[in-house]
Design a protein around this ligand. Structure first.
Ligand SMILES: [Fe+2]
Ligand SMILES: [Fe+2]
Length: 169
């Protein structure tokens, strides 16, 4: 089965968006390592792996439907952040944008009756719910912690436990 040029272009755009997201989280990881918050740094390195995993999932699908991958210039993410809360606000905003582009892709796949792509994208619909929830949950914890240094220390330790599971697909 060969994908339509329109969906092929959108799948490529989505791969590039996922690679951009990976770079966003890599730079956020660096921001935390520079402040000796290694647990937060670890959290964002795992998040980067998640995004690379998403990109590869699209990459494989694109080839399954006889599409061609085209790598675009990936913009450099913003690397200055005023606070820990601001980092997570930006991460949440990034996920919300990824959700929007994922939903647009689903919308277009239905419009052109590309049911294979529509079904492939179901996994990403659930994944984006989780991705947004993860960022919102940590933002809520940071609000509870406020200026409490011991709370921040404990959260850093908790986030240091995160590891990439590499979900089966
Ligand atoms: Fe992603
Ligand atoms: Fe994500």
């Amino acid at each position: 089965m060969k994908v339509s040029p329109q969906i092929e272009q959108l799948l490529n755009a989505q791969i590039n968006t996922e690679l951009y997201s990976a770079n966003v989280y890599l730079t956020m990881a660096a921001w935390f390592y520079n402040r000796d918050l290694d647990g937060f740094g670890n959290f964002f390195l795992v998040q980067m792996q998640e995004e690379q995993f998403h990109a590869m999932k699209y990459f494989r699908y694109l080839h399954d439907v006889e599409g061609t991958f085209r790598l675009e210039t990936i913009p450099t993410p913003e690397q200055q952040h005023a606070s820990i809360v601001e980092v997570f606000q930006k991460a949440l905003k990034n996920e919300e944008e990824v959700t929007r582009s994922t939903h647009h892709l689903i919308d277009m796949s239905l419009q052109v009756k590309d049911f294979a792509t529509y079904q492939f994208l179901e996994w990403f619909v659930r994944e984006q719910v989780e991705e947004e929830a993860t960022m919102r949950n940590i933002l809520a914890k940071l609000e509870l912690i406020g200026d409490d240094k011991s709370g921040l220390f404990l959260l850093d330790r908790e986030l240091g436990q995160r590891s990439f599971e590499g979900e089966a697909d």
